[in-house]
Design a binder for this molecule. Sequence first.
Ligand code: SF4
Length: 191
Amino acid sequence: RIVPKGHKGPLEKKTIATVSLAGCFGCHMSMLDIDTELLDIIELVEFNKSPLTDIKTFTRRCHLGIVEGGCCNTENIETLRTFREMCDILVVMGECAAWGGLPAMRNTIPLGECLEEAYLNCVTAEPGEHTIPYHEDLPKILDRVYGCSEIVKVDYTIPGCPPNAAHIWKVIKSLLWGESFSVLYSEFKYD
Ligand code: SF4
């Protein structure tokens, strides 16, 4: 069980929020890889805004915010700023959140060229049938993909693509209950 060593009495239930910005959701999938240990954790942790709960907006301030993915559009930036505001500790998990990761492969190509390639010149485009989507309600695509720390202050970064489940949960337990854990070399994961 994940009860910190030497702790007596009931533990305060901590609240965690998570979000996937410009990422592939692989980091969230990895977080769930702890299998049955999740049952222990659920007793000590309550998820607030998260794709895991489908809660869309914060219902309270959280102890910990965990962000997957970097920022590729204006909505990502707005969401990230809300996480910074609503979470005491902000952790980014995975390479996309840390510095942009795979989506940042577009950073060496001007945005206009990326959009033309995706919507006008791709192999499935029929001449004259495709336009670059635009609507005032759609989030605006940024000139490049930004790592989270370029937008807000980030407290901790969990490296990996995706980070190993044990690594993620060791960081969470350590931050929430103050117990230190060693992360094994084998738990640094880049698949
Ligand atoms: Fe997906 Fe890897 Fe990015 Fe995580 S770091 S969102 S697993 S590409």
